[in-house]
Design a protein around this ligand. Structure first.
Ligand SMILES: [Zn+2]
Length: 338
């Protein structure tokens, strides 16, 4: 794989061989949500050097105005297109494999919360056409679509049900991270598509409102979906960003529902100051006792070590390939309309 230079030179030959050939897909990464700032975007190279093939970049969440989401999307798309030797905008399912041998990082987008629709159903297809491949309904707090995980979740609304149908029609994947348990179970009940938790961890290993119950993990797997494990230290443990800890979360979900239903969604935040400001300015979204400052997080560079650790735990090559990316690919092939 031409351009990829794995930083971790200590990988075993088996891990290196498997990792370099595997499709590696991180379902959630966070660049600053500022349409006038491209100072962090060159750091996308870090994914590439860590061997990642596909990254889903967040373009907005419920705490920023919907207009900002559109502006950030325009900004990211232009910047990626201006760097065609390194990056490719994913516009079609065939783009997943097309430039694989050239080692380009392929980029898609995601939206955390239905406020980005501004109450207008047709915005779903608008975003899909611009490369947004998954969306979650409510970010921690209730909104017009459904309930959040840091709120008294009142369930899926009538508008939420319409959005769910529209997403299936246009091919956008439904994500159940950040929403409340009741809303997640109601979505899973209603949909005939596989759903994902794009960046959520088992509450059995770390009791935090952002983490999900075994019942939700089983229900997601029952749709044929994927639970992608989050790398935020506060959701893994008590500000714990060690590889062995995220591997424990991956292994827990894998033991519970099988390796066909586990993936990676590291949620790595590049601009730590922006995160600190969001936490400080929105205590209603991030109750301070549950979201302490100075959060550690698993870095993209740890992904090869994660693969190595899973092999050491006895994972078979084919199961590891599924976890690293093939499960996400399966969902895309089932849900995307192009
Ligand atoms: Zn998130």
């Amino acid at each position: 794989m031409g351009r990829i230079t794995l930083e971790n030179r200590d990988l075993s030959a088996r891990a290196r061989q498997l990792f370099e050939k595997a499709l590696v897909w991180d379902d959630h990464g966070c660049m600053p949500l500022r349409a006038d700032d491209d100072s962090f975007l060159p750091q996308l190279e870090r994914y590439q050097r860590a061997g990642v093939d596909i990254i889903s970049l967040n373009v907005g969440f419920d705490a920023v105005p919907w207009e900002n989401t559109v502006l950030v999307l325009a900004h990211f798309r232009r910047w990626i297109r201006q760097h065609p030797d390194e990056y490719l905008l994913i516009e079609h399912i065939d783009d997943i494999d097309r430039v694989r041998r050239e080692g380009k990082l392929r980029v898609m987008f995601d939206i955390e919360g239905g406020c980005a629709l501004n109450g207008q159903l047709s915005m779903v297809e608008f975003y899909y056409d611009l490369g947004v491949r998954w969306m979650l309904f409510a970010y921690n707090r209730n909104n017009a679509l459904g309930g959040g995980c840091q709120d008294d979740d009142s369930g899926l609304t009538a508008f939420g049900r319409q959005v769910l149908e529209e997403m299936a029609r246009v091919g956008m994947v439904t994500c159940c991270s950040h929403i409340g348990h009741r809303t997640a179970m109601e979505i899973i009940e209603r949909t005939s598509n596989p759903v994902i938790f794009s960046h959520s961890n088992p509450r059995a290993l770390r009791d935090h409102p952002r983490n999900i119950r075994d019942e939700a993990i089983r229900a997601c797997a029952g749709t044929g979906g994927v639970i992608a494990i989050n790398g935020i230290g506060n959701f893994l443990g008590h500000n714990d960003d060690r590889t062995e800890t995220i591997v424990r979360h991956i292994d827990y979900v894998s033991q519970l529902v099988g390796a066909d239903h586990v993936g990676l969604g590291l949620d790595y935040v590049f601009d730590q100051q922006e995160l600190a400001d969001f936490l400080k300015n929105h205590p209603e979204i991030y109750p301070p006792e549950q979201y302490p400052g100075g959060m550690k997080m698993v870095r993209p560079e740890q992904i090869p070590e994660i693969a190595e650790s899973l092999l050491q735990l006895g994972y078979r090559d084919d199961d590891l390939r599924k976890i690293l990316g093939e499960n996400h690919l399966r969902i895309a092939q089932q849900v995307w309309k192009q």
